[in-house]
Design a protein around this ligand. Structure first.
Ligand code: SD4
Length: 339
């Protein structure tokens, strides 16, 4: 752990102790999972996948710092990369499937275990907001494909072309070989060597100590039409249990779905593991179940517990995550399994 990170962790633990009315000495610091404080009231925090999570966190923080709800924060936060045409893995500008169609997957979950999801949604920039409406306005959890589009249009969303010139050009280049070949930590090497990650997964805790999460993506570039990854699947790409913590994932969704990854991470935290250790165990589960595939792809988990402690772990080097709270705004490199 870097000195900076140790310092942040120590500051966080000191704040927890202060909130609990105790003075903290280095020798007294218990293992994070043993802390007896139920939630860090007044200490909001937001964490999200990858370096571009930093910008999304800034949006979320605007809600959190004013005492707003984590659910609103994560929705506002992930809408930033969704609207960014330069981000070619989320929302507008996302890379298409192999038929040249941009299809989006997204889900959202709140502190009451309410959740909503859309998959294979076309023509709507803010898939996350459609997912939230599924949660709030329907008796269902998940709506896919044409049904999701119809639902969005009926609720006032605008139909748009999400395929930008840049993404279209790259897709046409890809068509020359038409090779769907997930690569280590990159998932697909694109013409010109550009990287093809990634999804934004975000989890946050608000002033009241309540947790929510959101996850949104255009999925794996050049996937088969109709392919759905982990990101919109509650329990796979995202899970929130307001008593315990929240987790989200990124990388090759098929590997995450097989172990119902984010739910597994939360359940491991319930058993007392720290967020980082829970993420590590989930990664190890992927390796033990499918060692052949695990060697050649990237999966990263990110988790936040009810005490405001966060952590991550990935299969391969290269997974980063961004954190924002009252003390810090930083991007960290995750630890990883294959050195
Ligand atoms: C998916 N997990 O569709 C997403 C994509 C992703 O790195 O995160 N790529 O499988």
């Amino acid at each position: 752990m870097s000195d900076r990170r140790k310092f942040v962790k120590l500051s966080l633990l000191s704040s927890i102790a202060m909130l609990a009315g105790k003075r903290l000495f280095a020798a007294d610091i218990p293992a994070v999972a043993e802390l007896a404080v139920p939630a860090v009231k007044d200490s909001p925090v937001v964490i999200s996948t990858w370096d571009f999570g930093k910008e999304a966190n800034t949006g979320a923080w605007e809600i959190l710092r004013k005492g707003g709800r984590a659910l609103d924060a994560v929705e506002i936060g992930v809408k930033i990369p969704e609207a960014d045409p330069h981000n070619q893995s989320v929302g507008y500008g996302g890379r298409p499937d192999r038929d040249g169609r941009v299809t989006l997957d997204a889900c959202i979950m709140d502190e009451h275990s309410r959740c909503g999801s859309v998959a294979a949604l076309e023509h709507i920039v803010h898939a996350i907001s459609v997912a939230r409406l599924v949660m709030e306005k329907t008796p269902h959890v998940m709506i896919v494909g044409d049904g999701a589009l119809q639902f969005a249009l009926a609720n006032g969303f605008k139909k748009e072309n999400l395929l930008t010139e840049k993404s279209e050009k790259e897709w046409k280049e890809w068509l020359k070989e038409s090779k769907y070949a997930p690569q280590k930590n990159i998932e697909n090497i694109l013409p010109g060597g550009a990287k093809n990650h990634d999804t934004i997964g975000m989890v946050a805790m608000d002033k009241n100590g309540d947790l929510s999460g959101a996850c949104t993506t255009s999925g794996m570039a050049y996937k088969m039409h109709g392919r759905v990854g982990d990101s919109p699947i509650i329990g796979a790409g995202l899970y929130v249990d307001n008593e315990i913590g929240a987790a989200t994932s990124t990388g090759v969704g098929e590997e995450v779905i097989r172990i119902v990854g984010s739910h597994l991470v939360v359940e491991l935290m319930r058993q007392g593991l720290s967020p980082e250790d829970a993420c590590k165990k989930a990664v190890e589960r992927i390796v033990s179940r499918n060692p052949q595939a695990a060697k050649d792809v990237q999966v990263g988990f990110l988790a936040l517990n009810k005490k405001g402690v966060y952590g991550a772990y990935a299969l391969q080097k290269g997974f980063s995550y961004s954190v924002k709270n009252g003390n810090t705004e930083e991007t960290f490199e995750s630890k990883y399994f294959y050195s």
